[in-house]
Design a protein around this ligand. Structure first.
Ligand SMILES: Nc1ncnc2c1ncn2[C@@H]1O[C@H](COP(=O)(O)OP(=O)(O)O)[C@@H](O)[C@H]1O
Ligand SMILES: [Mg+2]
Length: 357
């Protein structure tokens, strides 16, 4: 049986957000924690006993730096190192290699890795929350500005109608009254605090299939949509209607962004150890809506998640703002990124939700 402090140490290891790998002095892997398994997309079983060269066959930095540390007995710290993963993806990591000395000579080598983009993501998130708060305020301010004169316009149209002898002109006063009512309802709907999600088990791929069929039906042109699903993703607990609304908004934007032989990719993945809204999630699902269009126009990029910011003449500018609010009320986040001439809208959703959420 493990004693208390060993148990404690093991528990810390397993819950660290930092990937930790330990090699013996012959450079065989002794242990890797779950953050490490997640970051490298490998299992403990598979890599146990492997050398750095076997673990990072395409990233020479690691086996060279580990060798160097072993021989020199000195620590190596490097930021933003490219790390190739088995699935041909490349990520940037911050890396620290520490020889653990026994007297003069190293007994073991400790390697710590952190996904450099995780920090980027947290920064974007803080930015997003400020955006959402500002958005709510600006909507409420604007709603008042519109609702007050609206009452006046409607009242005046009613008075005018009473004075009119020519009944044919009622058509026009009725338009003023009906449109004022419609606008008023629209504003009330926008101002109501967002409805709490009604969560139920749902399968993300079933939902995506549905959304794709809706978007196909809306468009007369044939759409080139590639699906790249991770079939191992389990069902999630979420509000189906809200998730549909959010992803639909993103997919419609992608359709509007591409040209006639453009390509849209819908991709699902699981990621481990990701912090969203100040909460570390063991697992999240990521749904990427990727298109090969030009991306958000630079002049509106900073405010694209604000309501009523649109780059299109006929746009309402509400799509991204509503999508972001719906996903955030699920404890998740939508990120925007341009990468390799592609536009990425990534929906991050926690897989396990805490009680009462
Ligand atoms: N996939 C995309 N590619 C390029 N630009 C986009 C994309 N998604 C959104 N945008 C830009 O962001 C703006 C805001 O989007 P949105 O909030 O959905 O409002 P709307 O679509 O009504 O304009 C769009 O007008 C467009 O300029
Ligand atoms: Mg839109």
């Amino acid at each position: 049986m493990m004693n208390r402090s060993a148990e404690f140490a093991a528990r810390i290891q397993e819950n660290l957000a930092t990937a930790v790998l330990l090699f013996d002095k012959d450079l065989h892997l002794l242990s890797i924690n779950s953050a490490g398994e997640g970051l490298l997309s490998v299992s403990n079983k598979r890599v146990s006993g492997m050398t750095p060269k076997q673990i990072w066959p395409k990233s020479s930095f690691f086996y060279e730096a580990i060798q160097r540390s072993l021989f020199s007995g000195s620590t190596c710290i490097e930021r933003g190192v490219d790390m190739h993963l088995n699935n041909n993806q490349k990520i940037k990591v911050d890396c620290m290699i520490t020889p653990i000395l026994n007297g003069e000579s190293p007994e073991e080598i400790l390697v710590e890795l952190v996904d450099a983009n995780a920090f980027l993501r947290v920064m974007q998130e803080v930015n997003q929350q400020t955006v959402q708060e500002a958005a709510k305020e600006s909507i409420q301010g604007m709603a008042h500005e519109i609702k007050n004169p609206l009452g006046g316009i409607r009242g005046a149209a009613q008075l005018l109608e009473r004075e009119l002898d020519n009944k044919d002109l009622f058509e026009y006063t009725q338009i003023i009254i009906n449109e004022s009512d419609r606008l008023r309802k629209f504003i009330d709907r926008m101002m109501t605090p967002s409805v709490k999600p009604a969560k139920d088990e749902m399968n993300i791929h079933e939902v995506l299939e549905y959304i794709i069929s809706v978007v196909r039906a809306e468009n007369s042109k044939s759409l080139n949509i590639v699906k790249d699903y991770d079939p191992s993703i389990p069902d999630i607990k979420a509000d189906r209607e809200q998730i549909i609304q959010a992803i639909l908004n993103l997919l419609r934007n992608a359709v509007q962004a591409i040209d006639k032989d453009g390509l849209i990719t819908v991709r699902t993945r699981i990621q481990r150890q990701v912090t969203i809204q100040h909460r570390l999630n063991r697992h999240i699902i990521v749904v990427d809506i990727i298109d090969d269009g030009p991306g958000i126009p630079p002049e509106i990029e900073a405010g694209a998640f604000y309501p009523m910011i649109s780059g299109r003449a006929e746009g309402t500018g509400l799509g991204l703002s509503i999508a972001q609010q719906l996903i955030q009320s699920h404890g998740g986040l939508i990120n925007y990124e341009r990468r390799d001439s592609n536009t990425y809208f990534s929906i991050l959703l926690p897989l396990e939700q805490k009680n009462g959420q």
